[in-house]
Design a binder for this molecule. Structure first.
Ligand code: ADP
Ligand code: MG
Length: 725
């Protein structure tokens, strides 16, 4: 029986159908209950130990290893009380996902019994057999040693599964030479760099703070499809996206899904995910339908960027882990379906002080907020100087389907500032200083019963890859399946550089003068210089328009359209220099990252091409040929009845044409793959030869899909996957 007929929508199992939280009181009770957070630490640790640990967590002081045993003991007791049998060093290798190797707490003792053990040493350092994680030349397989190191600044947490639980300890992952093999190490280093440079600036402005840290809130888009459909699609299972599939008669044209009411089963899933994330201390706050049918979004409240990055991984992990309980599969891929919107992950980023000051908060009168203008100008300089790095930080095979595809920002990096700020900066350019901030005013709605609304100082611009949105920048070009760490690393590092440069220039201007007046006039001059130098990156218009492509070229902005092109810039001299100067990545570490990312690109396309080939040969062509067999029999029978079989033969003719075209395209795909494997630059050849060959094969395939009878079509269609909820 063809798979189509056996398919039925699977229903969530009653027993695992988790009811969502019912009131915000519950949320308070469960929030963070599965984390070994500050409150737990405080109540379980000796006072002196707690104080030492807090010095590391809050002030960034070195971790005092003499407290490790005490911390380990308290952590283990907490975890075992909650049913944990194992612990794992949880880390983020350069696969972009998380890795864990579970160790049991149980150690057999001489008396034939067993005791739960977990020493400070086991907490602080782990030694996973690291040879099968991407090392990018930093570690050959024969020198497989890698270490994980406890990150005390991110809380340990419990993951429960079927009655047992595992204690997960966030860790950093390095080679035995001390080189970073993960996302956390450069992120922490970049936050340190930003802290140091931002504090130099704040010192100069006589603003007393202890620390500055990057903040991040990332909005996660994803698709949900019925799990039975997912399992019947080899492409979804192996590549995370549909490699073939004709457009359904109805897509997202009706604009009726966005912010629509959330379907029942999806709602149950979202409630369960939220509850789980609350337990893990992840502050999810928003959920809604996204633009495409079957697409949704979750957004948390922003946090310290290191913790936000860990929480982002937990969010992706939890979405994928829990979906099957509801008979769903969660697709994190940037472009699971052609022809409808893809998924991104808006990374909202700012800088905050430990005194609670958001350095990108303009207030009501940005023109007179010199501190804000200083930091905002620094971001403008950073983004203009390092467009290539930002572009490279989001370059993946999957994201190539979005960028520039009229649904996501273009591959050109630019900044949207909005009316009010643009006006302030224009005043500065014209007159050296700004004297007013355009007020946004109130919005009357034309009916006395409706309230008058305060209007935002600027409209939104969905087409900008990097937009100022009130009191933070929003990096919108980030892909949905990506770790947010590398984009954050780039932002922190390039911001540190620009701030450092602006502070240097201010210091040079001020010389020995230290009066408030000298300070303000130096600041104004430096802000004006910076804007003058870097204003080409500011663009408030329509980023989707062809006109912008031309204008951007005139402005000298980069347009790195594909992943191989973008990644190629990673090790340019200026990029090596900025990472080295701020101690974020050494040249070797950067080289290795580039190598890994390029290899991941080539591997992804290779897997997609191979899967496409197999599906076309083993599913699509057989279905088409079976259909031709039926048509042949039918036309014979029609002839036998002395009737006109020309319509049947015409139909067969059209199918034959597509079958021949598909067969030819398949040969082309094989040839392209072979050529790419032999090419000196495999990734570039994958992009220029294999990607178009896949597209060509898909075109014929999608035509065949439209012709073949539903009962012969061997896999779920777009209509089923997108609309059955
Ligand atoms: P939007 O402006 O996209 O409609 P929100 O204002 O709710 O939505 O913010 C989107 C995301 O930005 C949320 O995750 C929010 O926590 C985060 N965010 C808000 N302020 C900051 C900040 N200062 N730093 C980093 N992220 C922030
Ligand atoms: Mg947003």
């Amino acid at each position: 029986m063809p798979a189509t007929l056996s398919r039925s929508r699977s229903h969530p199992q009653g027993s695992t159908f988790v009811n969502g939280h019912s009131s915000s009181g519950d949320v308070e009770a469960i929030f963070g209950s599965n984390t070994f957070g500050l409150a737990e630490m405080k109540s379980r640790l000796p006072k002196a130990v707690y104080k030492r640990l807090m010095a590391t967590i809050e002030k960034g002081e070195p971790f005092d290893e003499t407290v490790a045993d005490a911390v380990a003991l308290a952590m283990k007791e907490w975890a075992v009380e909650r049913g944990a049998t194992h612990y794992t060093h949880w880390f983020q290798p350069l696969t972009g996902r998380t890795a864990e190797k579970h160790d049991s707490f149980i150690t057999p003792n001489a008396g034939g019994g067993a005791v739960a053990e977990f020493s400070g040493k086991a907490l602080v350092q782990g030694e996973p057999d690291a040879s099968s994680f991407p090392g990018g030349g930093l570690r050959a397989t024969f020198e497989a040693r890698g270490y994980t190191a406890y990150d005390p600044t991110s809380p340990a947490f419990l993951v429960e599964h079927n009655g047992s639980a595992t204690l997960c300890i966030p860790t950093a992952f390095a080679s035995w030479t001390g080189e970073a093999l993960d996302h956390k190490i450069p992120l922490l280093r970049s936050m340190e760099a930003l802290n140091a440079q931002a504090r130099r600036a704040l010192d100069l402005f006589d603003e007393k703070v202890g620390r500055v840290y990057a903040t991040c809130g990332s909005e996660q888009e994803f698709f949900l499809v019925d799990e039975s459909f997912y399992l019947d699609r080899p492409d979804l299972v192996t590549a995370g996206r549909t490699l073939i599939g004709a457009a359904p008669p109805r897509g997202q044209e009706m604009d009726d899904h966005y912010f629509g009411s959330i379907p029942e089963r999806v709602m149950a899933f979202m409630n369960a995910v939220e509850t789980e994330l609350y337990r893990l201390g992840v502050p999810v706050s928003t959920r809604h339908n996204e633009v495409a049918p079957g697409q949704y979004e979750f957004a948390p409240i922003f946090e310290n960027a290191n913790i936000a990055a860990d929480h982002q991984q937990l969010m992706m992990m939890t979405l994928q882990r829990m979906a099957p309980r509801f008979g769903l599969a969660c697709l994190l891929h940037e472009k699971p379906f052609a022809g409808v919107n893809g998924s991104g992950k808006h990374v909202n980023w700012s800088m905050s002080t430990d005194t609670g000051l958001n350095l990108l908060e303009p207030g009501d009168t940005p023109h007179s907020n010199t501190l804000f203008l200083f930091f905002c100008a620094a971001v403008i300089q950073a983004v203009h100087t390092h467009q290539d790095l930002l572009r490279a930080s989001i370059a993946t095979a999957a994201n190539d389907h979005r960028l520039g595809a009229n649904e996501a920002p273009p591959a050109i990096i630019s900044i949207f500032l909005g009316d009010q700020l643009t006006d302030v900066f224009e005043q500065i350019l014209d007159a050296g200083t700004a004297t007013e901030s355009k007020s946004s005013g109130l919005l009357g709605l034309g009916s006395p019963v409706l309230p008058t609304l305060p209007r935002h100082a600027g409209d939104r611009n969905r087409t900008s890859p990097f937009a100022f949105t009130g009191n933070k920048f929003e990096f919108r070009a980030v892909g949905s399946s990506q770790s947010v760490s590398f984009p954050l690393v780039v932002l922190n590092t390039i911001a540190a550089e620009a701030i450092s440069d602006m502070v240097d220039r201010m210091e040079a201007k001020m010389g020995k003068k230290s009066s408030k007046k000298a300070l303000m006039s130096a600041a104004q001059e430096v802000i004006a210089e910076t804007i003058r130098e870097h204003k080409a990156i500011v663009f408030n218009g329509d980023g989707y328009a062809q006109a912008w492509q031309d204008e951007a070229a005139e402005r000298g902005l980069l347009n790195l359209k594909t992943t191989p092109e973008a990644l190629g810039t990673l090790t340019d001299e200026k990029n090596v220099a900025v990472f080295e100067r701020f101690g974020v990545l050494s040249e070797r570490e950067l080289e290795s990252r580039k190598e890994i990312l390029i290899e991941q690109y080539a591997t992804t396309i290779n897997i997609e091409a191979a899967t496409t080939g197999t599906m076309l040969r083993t599913l699509v062509l057989p279905a088409a040929i079976r259909y031709l067999g039926e048509l042949g029999e039918a036309s014979g029978a029609i002839d036998g009845m002395g009737l006109d079989a020309s319509g049947t033969r015409d139909t067969a003719g059209r199918v034959v044409t597509e079958v021949n075209a598909l067969t030819k395209a398949l040969k082309g795909l094989d040839k392209a793959l072979e050529a790419a494997h032999k090419a000196k630059d495999e990734a570039a050849a994958m992009e220029s030869k294999v990607v178009p060959a896949m597209a060509k094969a898909r075109t014929s395939c999608d035509e065949i899909e439209k012709a073949v009878p539903a009962d012969l079509w061997p896999m779920p269609t777009y209509r089923e996957m997108l609309f059955i909820k």
